[in-house]
Ligand binder design. Structure first.
Ligand SMILES: O=C(CO)[C@@H](O)[C@H](O)[C@H](O)[C@H](O)COP(=O)(O)O
Ligand SMILES: [Zn+2]
Length: 195
């Protein structure tokens, strides 16, 4: 078994995906950074959700808002919708798994908030349902996806922001999603604290 060759292939594939993402996602990342800054400056909050690895990414991002990123600053308001097991099990059990995020957007979201919706396929129904409720409530959506965006292409509004990683493998998409979220954190800190 040639592990060494396979490992090299992972690095090379990641590198190629990263180069393409840098070319394609700079402009939407600027818009996403401005969207978050605008909401936070007005006192609004950030909601985030995703499944599996994307659930980890959502809570990682929110921890960097509420806690801190690289430098000391005030805590920023955000809630990861995939972290409360009582809500997830009650809503999942009583209303179905497809509603576990949308019901929380309904309960917690207000106009002017931002929903960071993370799905590598663009097709997870519970994330899609959360986006639909966000639209109903005047909540702007920053969607992180891959695999050409899936159902998000039909669903997102012109005022939403789509950060679609140009790759088809879930792991490569997730690796770049965490970079994108760190770039957004850095943009917020740059606005609040300067260079
Ligand atoms: O992390 C991984 C695979 O790398 C998995 O846990 C993965 O996140 C799960 O299969 C998710 O359910 C995939 O959902 P999505 O990205 O298509 O919305
Ligand atoms: Zn993963």
């Amino acid at each position: 078994m040639d592990f060494s060759h396979r490992i090299s292939q992972h690095f090379e594939e990641n590198n190629n995906a990263l180069t393409l993402s840098a070319e394609q996602l700079n402009a939407p990342l600027v818009t996403a950074t401005q969207c978050l800054i605008q909401a936070l400056d007005k006192g609004n909050k950030v909601l985030a959700c995703g499944n599996g690895g994307s659930a980890a990414d959502a809570q990682h991002f929110i921890a960097e808002l509420v806690g801190r990123f690289e430098r000391e600053r005030k805590p920023l308001p955000g809630i990861a919708l995939n972290t409360d097991t009582s809500i997830l099990t009650a809503v999942g059990n009583d209303y179905g798994y497809n509603t576990v995020f949308s019901r929380q957007v309904e309960a917690l979201g207000v106009s002017g908030d931002v929903l960071v919706a993370i799905t590598t396929s663009g097709n997870s129904t519970n994330v899609i349902e959360a986006i639909k409720v966000a639209h109903e409530k005047g909540i702007r959506v920053i969607a992180l996806s891959g695999k050409k965006g899936g159902a998000l292409n039909q669903l997102l509004n012109p005022s939403d922001i789509h950060l679609c990683v140009p790759h088809d493998r879930t792991m490569r998409i997730q690796e770049i999603h965490i970079l994108l979220l760190h770039i957004l954190c850095d943009g917020i800190d740059l606005h609040l604290l300067g260079d």
